[in-house]
Design a protein around this ligand. Sequence first.
Ligand code: ZN
Length: 296
Amino acid sequence: MIQICEVGPRDGLQNEKKILSTEQKVDLIKRLIDAGIQKIEAVSFVNPKVVPQMADAEEVLRHVPRTENVTYAGLVLSRSGLERALKTDVDALHIVLAASNEFNLRNARRSVEQSVNELVPVITEAVAAGKSVVGVLGTSFGCPFEGEVPLDRILRIADQFMNAGCQEITLADTTGMANPKQVKDTVLAFKQTFGEQSPLGLHFHNTRGLGLANVFAGYEAGVRRFDSSIAGLGGCPFAPKAVGNVCTEDMVNMFHQMEIGTGTQLEKLINTACWMETQIGRRLDGMMMKVHESSC
Ligand code: ZN
């Protein structure tokens, strides 16, 4: 069984120029839940001047349906983000840094070391406050500014984050630079270092068309948790030409075709992707909704 973390409402929307209303975001989240999605990265607690699409994080969380099976996560890059998050009833915090120095300077205005030093106590406090905490390491498979990001650095940061209390690590390919062999080697190195059962998620972007190939490589290496974005929404305002995340309904179709369960209903996801296009007002990247164009 695959566990999907739907990142459309956060990673997806934050790169869209068109600002959606709180109501539209809540509507999207309701549709995703109706399609069977159980984990949603719904908001980001970042400076609204830098990422205006996420300015209504608190408002979104106040209006989403609270059901037992659904976990809402919010992104945190700094101590001030934690302080905002702890005033909400968000279930999980995704504590993020980029493993590449130059990228992290642009994204979080801190060096990797500064971010680690700031985020280790942030993780400890979030855990103490009863939140589930995932450490997300961006640019784990390469950086558009620095190129290769050393694997030993990624493993060292993962170690520091887990020691601080992170229950899970997600390795993120922020600008879609990963390839399937690299994914396999990285997952195996992670498992060798932290043990076979150590919870690991993968987050891919489809920038170079390798998103689903990378998901499959991760699956073959034993990973069962994947981030994806409805309709293939997504990108990163700080990454040149980064395009969408791996598309949720395309990924679900791949797994269902392989007779691997995801707990979601493909038709409802496709309908949600079609609806998303009408809200954003342009064609989006997902493939399955094009196959099903007549149902849109
Ligand atoms: Zn991303």
